[in-house]
Each structure stands twice: as structure tokens, then as C-alpha cells.
Design a protein around this ligand. Structure first.
Ligand code: GLY
Length: 395
């Protein structure tokens, strides 16, 4: 009887540890093979007329698609290369990362978008973190200056987009929270607190206006540029104005977790915990914890998933798990998502341009990038794997 109990206990323990454990070595080995394929695809695409295409973005309708440096996704491919280098310290990845990072440099003077955090932070930011190169630091400071030009004291927020002026006057999207990290970095580099103050103002105003009582986030909030009042709340990439677009919830979770890291303001930690509650307790979150593209699409379960949202959420939960009293639960959830991604959402080796993950959704309302690989899914997946590896045993 005693023997049976011990066997049962061991079986349960093994079951639990198997359910929680992710084979990081295998995941990175698969990722490296895929990204080697992708580098070859990039080489093939790098003909004279396509010289301005700097980074892969997706594989859609049988085509490997690359973007110019001003595309919001241009920094993720260099970021993927930096994460591979971080994992194995192989100079092959270092020189590829340096080569593709350099291509994004012109964007440091781009004042036409809020996406500089994605573009410059994921490329130069990771490069700086891993090499300490001073020229990378300078690029980040220039980019933070450009991003700051989109802030207006009247609204207290950074303007996200300049397009579709028939729809809004001063649109701010939840994704914009991700770009604040660049501003926090710039204050650390320069000692100039104006970057930090803009980031805090943006986070506070977003916390006030972007969330519903259940802590789900609107996608777009439109401000009156003169008096800063809210003109409207709507969606652009989600199912409807009142729905919870999955990746937007991921940006919100990641953004407020990062703001807590940078400021230690407990209000941001609480906000991140409440957003995590909305996501993790949502009745439409499937059992493998890879969300459908929008939590409120009535076609669920017969609609596309968004592996990119899952990767962002998993990575954010790892960080949140190190700050929160609910850390164990967040870590467990992050593990579960990461395990699903690594076992069920990786692309078939050697196919679809070498992207690591499949089954993301980019812009469903525009009928664009539905159930495809996306480079930012790969970026946050590798980040989550590295966080899993580094946080093992912490909580
Ligand atoms: N930041 C744009 C997107 O998440 O699709």
C-alpha cells in the first residue's frame, strides 16, 4: 500500500514536472535551423530592385514577404538574431545580428510613427544590451528624441498614427505602451528625465482611458488634440469597438509590467495583474492557452488563433511572475503557453520561409495575415524561452 502511494506520488510529480518543463535546447536548435533557412531566403530576395527590403515579416499566400526599414516590424528580425546569439554566443549569429541591425539605423530620425520602440529597441536595444556598443546607445538616444516629438502636453500621450485622419484626430493605440521602454532607456543613458516623464504621462493617461471595468483594453483611443479630452474609443485591428483584440491585451500586459520594472509604481503592477486576470480567466481562452485572434469573436472556436499574442503574453507573464505575489500562477501559465507554442505551433522544418512559429493573425479585419507566421511571434517566443531558462528556480 505504502509502495503504491509512493509510486502514485512519483507518477504525479513526474506528470506535473513534465507538464511544466520545456525543452529549451530542442526549441533553440529548431529555431536556429529555421532562421538559417530564413537567412538564405533573405539572400535570395536581396536582388538590386529589392535592396530596400531589409527584414522578413511574414509568409503569406505562398510568398516570403520582406519589409522596408520604416515598417513597424523591421526591428524584430535583428532582434531574433540577437536572441539566438544571446542563447549560444556563436559569432555567426553576432555578425548576422550586427548586419541586419545596421539596416534599421535610418529610422532613428523617423518622427512619423510611434513604433520606434519596436523598430529600434528590438534591434539596437538588444544589441546594446549584449555588446555595450556606444554607437548603438547613440542610435537609441536619437530614436527616443524622435519618439518624444510625438508627445503633446495637451493630451499627455504620444500620438500613435498619422494615417486615417478621417477616422480620428489624435489616435493612441494600446500597442504604444511597448514603445515607452525606449524612453526609459534614454533617461538612463542621458540623465535627461524628460524622456522618463513622457513615458510616465503616457502610461498614466493610458491607464485612465484605455481600459474597461473588466481590465480589457480598447485598441484605439482618440483624443482631442487641443484640450486632451477623449473623443472616442474604437478598434482598428479587432473584431469590434467593444471587443478585446488578443494581441492588444498582450501589449497592455507587457507594457504595464515593463512600466512597473522601470518605475516601481505599484499602480502599474496592479494594472498588469488585473490585465493578466482578464486574459487568464477568460472563458474564451482555449485549453492550450493560445488565444483566438480576438477574445470576443462570436465565431470562436471556428476562427484563427494568434500565436503572436500568446508569445507576447507568455513573455510578459514570466517577467510579471518575478514581481507579483501571484508569481507562481503566472509562471505556470507562461510555461503552459510556451509549451503549447513549442510543441503545437512551430512551422514544419524548412518550410514557409523559415519562420519559427505558424498560426498568427496580423490584421484580420483587413483580411491580411490570417493564420500565418509573423516575425514578431518568433521574436517574443525566443524572448519567452530565454526568460523561462533564466527564471527557472526563481519562483
Ligand atoms: N502593433 C501592430 C500590431 O500589433 O499589429
Amino acid at each position: 500500500m505504502k509502495y503504491c502511494l509512493i509510486v502514485l506520488q512519483i507518477a504525479l510529480l513526474t506528470g506535473v514536472s513534465q507538464a511544466q518543463s520545456i525543452n529549451v535546447k530542442k526549441a533553440f536548435s529548431g529555431a536556429q535551423s529555421q532562421i538559417s533557412v530564413m537567412l538564405q531566403e533573405v539572400k535570395n530576395a536581396d536582388t538590386a530592385d529589392k535592396a530596400k527590403l531589409v527584414s522578413p515579416r511574414t509568409y503569406e499566400n505562398g510568398k516570403f514577404k520582406m519589409v522596408v526599414s520604416r515598417d513597424w516590424t523591421s526591428g524584430f528580425f535583428p532582434g531574433v538574431l540577437w536572441y539566438l546569439y544571446e542563447y549560444n554566443k556563436d559569432n555567426k549569429w553576432l555578425s548576422a545580428a550586427e548586419q541586419f541591425t545596421a539596416k534599421i539605423e535610418p529610422e532613428k530620425y523617423n518622427t512619423g510613427t510611434h513604433d520606434l520602440g519596436f523598430m529600434i529597441g528590438c534591434s539596437f536595444g538588444n544589441g546594446y544590451r549584449l555588446t555595450g556598443r556606444e554607437d548603438y546607445e547613440k542610435v537609441m538616444i536619437d530614436a527616443a528624441r524622435s519618439l518624444s516629438k510625438r508627445f503633446s502636453p495637451a493630451t499627455g500621450v504620444i500620438r500613435s498614427w498619422d494615417h486615417n485622419s478621417d477616422k480620428w484626430q489624435y489616435p493612441v493605440i494600446i500597442d504604444n505602451m511597448m514603445n515607452l521602454e525606449l524612453l526609459f532607456e534614454a533617461t538612463k543613458f542621458t540623465g535627461d528625465s524628460s524622456f522618463y516623464k513622457i513615458a510616465v504621462s503616457h502610461a498614466n493617461t493610458t491607464m485612465k482611458n484605455h481600459f474597461r471595468p473588466d481590465y480589457s483594453s480598447y485598441h484605439v483611443v482618440d483624443y482631442d488634440p487641443v484640450d486632451g479630452s477623449v473623443r472616442g474609443k474604437m478598434t482598428h485591428q479587432g473584431y469590434s469597438d467593444e471587443s478585446a483584440w488578443a494581441r492588444g491585451q498582450g501589449w497592455a500586459l507587457y507594457g504595464f509590467t515593463m512600466c512597473y520594472r522601470e518605475t516601481k509604481n505599484i499602480a502599474y503592477l496592479k494594472q498588469a495583474e488585473n490585465i493578466a486576470g482578464f486574459i487568464l480567466k477568460n472563458k474564451n481562452l482555449p485549453s492550450d492557452m493560445v488565444p483566438y485572434w480576438d477574445f470576443d469573436d462570436p465565431r470562436i472556436p471556428n476562427v484563427s488563433r494568434d500565436a503572436s499574442a500568446a508569445a507576447v503574453i507568455s513573455s510578459a507573464l514570466y517577467e510579471l511572475s518575478t514581481y507579483s505575489v501571484n508569481g507562481k500562477d503566472y509562471k505556470k501559465a507562461a510555461d503552459k503557453i510556451l509549451k503549447s507554442l513549442s510543441e503545437k505551433y512551430t512551422g514544419k522544418p524548412g518550410t514557409k520561409g523559415g519562420f519559427i512559429l505558424d498560426h498568427s493573425t496580423g490584421h484580420r479585419p483587413a483580411k491580411s495575415e490570417i493564420d500565418v507566421p509573423l516575425i514578431y511571434a518568433d521574436y517574443y517566443y525566443l524572448e519567452a524561452l530565454l526568460r523561462y531558462k533564466n527564471y527557472q528556480g526563481n519562483k
